[in-house]
Design a protein around this ligand. Structure first.
Ligand code: HMG
Ligand code: MG
Length: 302
């Protein structure tokens, strides 16, 4: 197998992981989680989102969390910004990277951000312009690239269409997201290949939810076609409020265990990552949703 020699993980637990939690998670706990993640060696952390607090109440403390985290040199902190209002609010928090988020499916675009795909691109364009003028890197998340909770299967051409629109407005990197975790390895590879028509391999990451238990296999399938950047979520936290029934992202611990075994460098300490996952899982009152974390924790009891 021809696999990359190193992989970059973007930890999305504090954002994708917690956005769907019904119980209030205080800003202090989110700040502590970010701290533990950087102690584990994560160099990219998606901290929060500047979205409407009416739509996603859990992220209402975005500015407080961004103000409270300890900024480490060499670590990059990103936030979601769906429109100029969100971007302007985010700017005060000095993110290193912002994320505009669109969808390959019209119905999901409407449900998630209350506008069509075309309207979303119109809204993102001034955000991208302003961010790049301020020297902030712009990532685009592409939801529902293999399946949509409202429209079913999504053809790769629709992913290519969205990727072209994102490229056209100056987005620098795109994440190919399987929002509801229905992807299987070949389908995910087709979505990535459609994206590759518009973005280089170094400008693409995988973002795989694990609803059907396929996310690790999908990660390996993406690695096999050269993708080396992935969004993962500690303790497998997560889901999207507008993708009912979808579970969290692939667990960071599971991906790190697999990459360690493949001899692929991540710079992440699995033991410390498991500690970070246990910290947030204890707060939420449940066990980490990660097989590797469970195994490591059980082994510690021996
Ligand atoms: P809207 O209602 O169409 O916006 O929402 P609007 O411009 O008509 O404004 C209506 C109200 O919202 C106004 O307040 C605005 O001030 C306010 P009011 O006057 O009624 O009091 N508003 C905002 N407030 C705070 N921050 C903002 C903002 N914008 C408007 N940025 C909007 C449009 C996009 C804001 C809304 O639909 C929204 O917040 N949606 C939340 C979407 C979301 O966070 N989804 C989850 C993240 S995406 C995801 O998880 C997928 C991903 O992981 C990849 C994958 O797995 O697929 C990335
Ligand atoms: Mg997601």
């Amino acid at each position: 197998m021809n696999l990359p020699s190193r992989v970059k993980l973007v930890e999305v637990g504090p954002r994708d992981g917690l956005q769907n939690e019904k119980q209030a998670v205080p800003a202090s706990v989110k700040i502590e989680l970010v701290q533990r993640l950087q102690q584990a060696g994560l160099k990219e952390i998606e901290v929060t989102s500047f979205v409407s607090p009416k739509w996603v109440p859990q992220m209402a403390d975005n500015a407080e969390v961004m103000a409270g985290i300890e900024r480490w040199p060499g670590v990059r902190y990103s936030v979601l910004t769906p429109n100029l209002q969100g971007f302007e609010a985010a700017l005060k928090s000095r993110p290193d990277e912002i994320v505009v988020f669109g969808a390959a499916s019209e119905a999901f675009s409407q449900k998630n951000i209350n506008c069509s795909i075309a309207q979303s691109i119109e809204r993102f364009a001034p955000v991208v312009l302003a961010a790049r003028a301020a020297g902030i890197f712009v990532r685009g998340a592409m939801s529902c690239t293999v399946g949509c909770p409202y429209e079913g299967d999504i053809a790769p051409e629709r992913v290519g269409y969205l990727a072209a629109l994102m490229k056209g407005i100056g987005v620098q990197h795109v994440g190919v997201a399987d929002t509801i975790g229905v992807g299987t390895p070949l389908k995910v590879q087709r979505a990535i290949e459609a994206t590759l028509l518009h973005f280089g391999i170094d400008e693409i990451s995988g973002h795989f939810h694990d609803t059907y238990g396929q996310a690790l296999a999908n990660t390996l399938a993406a690695l096999q076609i050269g993708v080396w950047q992935f969004d993962t979520s500690v303790a497998g936290l997560g889901g999207c409020p507008y993708a009912k029934g979808a579970t969290g992202n692939v667990a960071s611990e599971d991906v790190v265990f697999m990459l360690d075994g493949l001899g692929i460098a991540t710079g992440i300490d699995l033991g410390k990552l498991v500690d970070a996952g246990k910290f947030i899982s204890d707060f939420l009152g449940r066990k980490p949703n990660s097989r590797a974390a469970t195994a490591v924790l059980n082994k510690r009891l021996d």
